[in-house]
Design a protein around this ligand. Structure first.
Ligand code: BGC
Length: 290
């Protein structure tokens, strides 16, 4: 059997795989969704994927309102309603006012995707408290604040017959780094490890209310957050030593999984983390060593 070659087109042409046909069954009609950090990268693809699946969408952003407007217009082009809301997820007042505007506009929320996240990388000995706090604030505290508002709304409303078997679905965007240690990124890895245990503890707490909480852990996905890891051929080839499937992930790889995870097709999926990483979690260094 020959090994799958690294796909040079994927590295040379960032758009190539983004053009792959992607199908979203329309299974989320009547289920308004809120996606944090929906103006770029994975969040943007998730917002559009949920819209393509039938959901109206709240597009949260904190910088670049134009990009958020652009996502909202694309949601509308898919025949769904959209609003953009500026809110810093690490700010309690911003989050509470975002949820009350969203619920005011759409009546309720059935789906919340805790996606907003960032990196502030530094060697440990140089890492500032500001870099530490920023990453924990957005990636972990931000997910707590949004999760709390989501759960309050799901609890208040409960199950709506003929809309969904669950009283609400929360997805926490994590990372392979909830498990893989990452030198030079201790704040980020700590935040994602925290997301995992927050997600699991919360899932255990609210499952009896028919609320489903799950995590999604992407590997290397072609987005602005990790541009240096894929934008040159050298970087891309080096990245591929960590990806047995020999291609970078595309935002739609995540969007399609999220659309499934929040649908009733995944109704028995509770408190789990779905890794979407081309095999990055398989210790690829051991394919020929050990
Ligand atoms: C990080 C990316 C990184 C990937 C795999 C993600 O969570 O945000 O920068 O490329 O993990 O290491």
């Amino acid at each position: 059997m020959t090994e799958r070659p690294i796909d040079p087109a994927a590295s040379a042409d960032p758009e190539a795989r983004a053009q792959w046909p992607v199908r979203f069954p329309t299974i989320l009609e009547g289920q308004p969704a809120l996606v944090t950090g929906a103006n770029s990268g994975i969040g943007r693809a998730v917002a559009l994927g949920l819209a393509a699946s039938g959901a109206d969408v709240v597009v949260n952003y904190v910088v670049d309102p134009q990009a958020a407007d652009d996502v909202a217009h694309q949601v509308e082009a898919l025949g769904r309603k959209a609003i953009t809301i500026k809110a810093d997820v690490s700010n309690e007042e911003d989050v509470q006012s975002m949820f009350s505007s969203a619920i005011g506009r759409f009546g309720t929320l059935h789906i919340v995707v805790n996606n907003a996240g960032l990196q502030r990388d530094a060697p440990f000995h140089d890492m500032t408290l500001e870099q530490w706090n920023k990453v924990i604030g957005v990636n972990l505290t931000g997910q707590f604040l949004c999760a709390r508002e989501a759960i309050r709304e799901f609890k208040r409303r409960g199950v709506v017959k003929d809309i969904s078997a669950a009283a609400g679905k929360l997805v926490c965007m994590s990372s392979v780094h909830q498990e893989i240690p990452w030198a030079g990124h201790a704040n980020y890895a700590a935040s994602k490890g925290g997301v995992m245990q927050m997600m699991r503890s919360l899932a255990q707490e609210v499952a009896p209310l028919a609320i489903r909480v799950n995590g999604v852990a992407p590997g290397a996905i072609r987005t602005p957050i990790n541009r240096p890891a894929w934008e040159t051929t050298e970087a891309y080839d080096s990245l591929m030593t960590l990806v047995p499937y020999r291609r970078i992930g595309e935002p739609n790889d995540i969007a399609q999984a999220v659309a499934w995870l929040v649908s009733d097709a995944a109704d028995y999926v509770v408190g789990t983390t779905l890794f979407i990483d081309g095999g990055m979690m398989l210790f690829p260094g051991f394919a020929s060593g050990g």
